[in-house]
Write a protein of this length. Sequence first.
Length: 129
Amino acid sequence: MIKGYAFTKIIVADLALMERFYCDSLGLTVQTRIAVDEPGWALRETVLAIGDPSGTLLNLVQYLDRPCPAPGEAVIGLSVDSIDAVIDAATRGGGSVVTPPVDVPEHGLKIAYVADPEGHLLELLQPLG
């Protein structure tokens, strides 16, 4: 049976660009880098930690011998202290606002969507009040 949640993995076209965005703009840290050179599965992967290095992980994968699919394969949900600060950092880092912040009182949250430089969606969640 499933023991727990391990990571989210997104396929990217430009690994270096995306690593800079998630680390420099949003504060994630590189936990490790992986290189696989098997034909048909050649890849470069960066494992990023969100907060505590033993906690939630976001993996960025660039396949070397396959095209990158269009964004939309995942939505990454991030709990934040300040949606406005994260939106500002994301847009300065090359991201864009998809949906401006909206209060959702029935869930006690303010929610916004931003896209990273390649268009992958990030759902930002901030507690109301």
